[in-house]
Design a protein around this ligand. Structure first.
Ligand SMILES: C[S@@+](CC[C@H](N)C(=O)[O-])C[C@H]1O[C@@H](n2cnc3c(N)ncnc32)[C@H](O)[C@@H]1O
Length: 225
């Protein structure tokens, strides 16, 4: 099977991970992590939380600030991303290298699982969802913040240009190319719906449109065990 990107992340060299970190470190993306963490903080104040596909760890960093009472864990398939996240987060967050399809965490272990912009890269998305189902405590929730292919390109362009105001032309171009690549690979809302319906979460989920970092290109997928 063609990989959706997992293979590239497994082999990702350090310089690519650092470039990803730099390119996604802009006003819009940073405010989106703050909003995601705020959404989680309004629902959870304690317990054990896992972020899946943490990348450079910026959502976990926001969660550290906004929910100091939670025990935070992060999983990623890329050693380079984990290295950057470790430097950013310090030793208090439990980080682990692995694939969400076979995470190795115990059954019924987490009070909350979150994920931002990683799901569309998983080669076996339904297996990943079923693994999240296994490691979530009964009655608890996973919250996935993902881009969707159903968006208005004109609105995206206007808001993206606003977010990148003040950055140099080269940086702007790279950020736009990077997002375009992501948007080609990401699922449509109907496809997300189909994937969840094939998983163990089929009886308890919602998918709603969301605006993050002023970009109207997101869905929030909430899955209840
Ligand atoms: C586009 S990045 C998003 C990173 C971060 N969540 C963010 O919002 O910036 C996708 C991340 O998911 C990780 N990833 C991809 N497939 C994975 C899998 N099957 N299991 C765990 N992590 C995975 C990649 O290594 C990468 O760090």
């Amino acid at each position: 099977m063609e990989t959706r990107g997992e293979k590239n992340f497994i082999r990702m060299p350090m310089f690519s991970a650092r470039r990803y970190d730099r390119l996604t470190n802009n006003t819009g993306v940073n405010s989106s992590f703050s909003k995601m963490a705020g959404y989680v903080a309004a629902r959870f104040t304690e317990g054990r939380l896992l972020d899946v596909g943490i990348g450079p760890g910026r959502l976990l960093q926001e969660l550290q600030e906004q929910i100091p009472g939670m025990e935070l864990h992060g999983l990623d398939i890329s050693a380079s991303m984990l290295k950057i996240a470790r430097d950013r987060l310090g030793e208090e967050v439990e980080l682990k290298r692995g694939n969400i399809c076979a995470s190795g965490y115990p059954d019924d272990y987490f009070d909350c699982v979150v994920c931002s912009g990683s799901f569309y890269n998983w080669d076996k998305p339904v297996d990943g969802l079923n693994e999240i189902y296994r490691i979530l405590k009964p009655g608890e929730k996973a919250i996935l913040f993902e881009t969707t292919r159903d968006y208005d390109p004109e609105m995206l362009n206007i808001n993206l240009q606003n977010n990148l105001k003040g950055y140099g032309q080269f940086r702007k171009l790279l950020s736009i190319l990077f997002l375009k690549k992501q948007m080609k690979l990401t699922y449509s809302t109907a496809e997300y719906n189909q994937l969840v319906l094939q998983s163990k979460f089929r009886d308890g989920y919602s998918i709603v449109r969301d605006v993050l970092g002023s970009l109207p290109i997101y869905v929030r997928i909430e899955l209840v065990k």
